[in-house]
Design a protein around this ligand. Structure first.
Ligand code: B12
Length: 348
């Protein structure tokens, strides 16, 4: 049964193109100098508007203003990197909400009210996407990634490992912060998409090189499965989670990015694990997490499978995991294991 917000969201998604086009037209009327960018500029503006509208609707559908506040804070930083005037991010989001109110009846008006409330909270958006102080090791590794020196980067990681740095520390204190900083530098327009892709490819290779070292712990005769939900391509986080379980003696089954819920359910039903970990990085994929959980719960042998969810939306919106039907969330790979042990011990 769909609740009102889900019903409204379906209406809004069906009208998305009309709403996005209307808001782009309104912004072009307000800023006629944008015409100088020609048809290509208009095409990009429409795509950006569609993307932002998807985030607006995702936050509304989840009933979580903090998700929209978080997205607005991210858009602000992105626009600052592009030297857009201050306030552009908020204005573009409100322009979308106004177009929705104009064109999509009561659901559009509900989206606008929600957006006003959420954007008032933007300045309180707690999590920042980057610029934490990097450790010496993370900074040195990142420098090698940015110098496109794969050989030296892999050599550096192997050196740290041989020098006694454990895999957990390499994952959480070297790879994860370097990856986040790569994302921040891309967002601020200081590095290219190609440089981010290169760095991520090297990190995947470095993790693969450490793989033989994962299996030293005593086995526990327990299985976990880890996957990103459909549409979600950020798979390093859930891979780290799966590897942490493996190191803790569990058998881990890592299904990677973009796993369709129904297929995952079918696969797990044949040989159920004790815990399933699902990951989403983008808030537009939160409904995908909900749908995957529903598919799992509707599948024979999996009705009582404990499900842990994680990734940025669940760090931003504290109760989201419960609202979408999961059994818990954890902020990183380390804390997921304690939660899994607790859930398995307690039973669903
Ligand atoms: C690499 C990367 C990509 C790669 C991913 C490749 C891959 N094989 O994974 C590619 C190029 C595909 C990509 C694409 C996009 N990306 Co990207 N990406 C990144 C980047 C730079 C690093 C991600 C990463 O590896 N992080 C390291 C891992 C270890 O951290 P983590 O995922 O947070 O995981 C930890 C915890 O969250 C937690 N956790 C995660 N999952 C789970 C699950 C469970 C159960 C538990 C318990 C815990 C848990 O544990 C992990 C370890 O402790 C991030 C930057 C960032 N801040 O993360 C941007 C970032 C996530 N991407 C971003 C964007 C915008 C995009 C695109 C939309 C860009 C575009 N216009 O196309 C697309 C969307 C693709 C999609 N549909 O998913 C933005 C998202 C902004 C936002 N508002 O949400 C970010 C934040 C960059 C930025 N600063 O702007 N991206």
């Amino acid at each position: 049964m769909m609740n009102t917000m889900q019903q409204n969201s379906a209406t809004l998604k069906a009208a998305a193109r009309t709403i996005a086009q209307d808001s782009v037209d309104a912004q072009y009327r307000a800023e006629p100098r944008w015409e100088a960018y020609g048809d290509e500029g208009k095409r990009k503006a429409l795509q950006d508007a569609l993307d932002s509208l998807a985030y607006l609707i995702a936050a509304y559908e989840a009933g979580e203003p903090s998700l929209l506040a978080d997205y607005a804070a991210w858009l602000d930083e992105l626009f600052a990197g592009l030297k857009f005037p201050e306030g552009s991010a908020r204005n573009s989001l409100m322009a979308l909400a106004d177009s929705a109110a104009k064109l999509a009846g009561q659901p559009g008006a509900a989206l606008r009210d929600f957006s006003l409330e959420a954007l008032a909270k933007e300045s309180e958006a707690g999590l920042s996407l980057g610029c934490q102080e990097l450790s010496v090791e993370a900074q040195s590794y990142l420098d090698l990634l940015l110098a496109s020196d794969r050989k030296a980067a892999i050599g550096y990681i192997n050196g740290l490992s041989q020098g006694g740095m454990g895999i957990k520390k390499l994952y959480l204190d070297v790879f994860a912060p370097s990856q986040r900083e790569l994302g921040r530098l891309w967002q601020l327009n200081r590095i290219s998409v190609a440089q981010e892709h290169y760095g991520t490819a090297v990190t995947q290779l470095a993790m693969a090189g450490l793989y033989p070292l994962l299996f030293s712990g005593q086995r526990k005769n327990r299985k976990m499965a880890g996957a990103c939900v459909g549409g979600e391509l950020h798979e390093l986080g859930i891979r780290m989670v799966s590897d942490f379980f493996e190191m803790d003696g569990w058998d881990s089954r890592y299904y990677g990015a973009n796993a369709p819920g129904v297929d995952l359910a079918r696969q797990l039903s044949a040989d159920p694990p004790q815990v399933l970990c699902l990951s989403a990085t983008l808030s537009v994929n939160v409904q995908g997490v909900r749908q995957t959980i529903e598919a799992i719960r509707d599948t024979k042998n999996l009705e009582r499978l404990p499900i842990i969810v994680g990734g940025r939306p669940f760090a931003v919106a504290e109760r989201l995991w419960a609202d979408i039907g999961a059994d818990g969330t954890a902020s990183d790979a380390g804390s997921a294991i304690a939660l899994a042990e607790e859930l398995v011990g307690r039973g669903r």
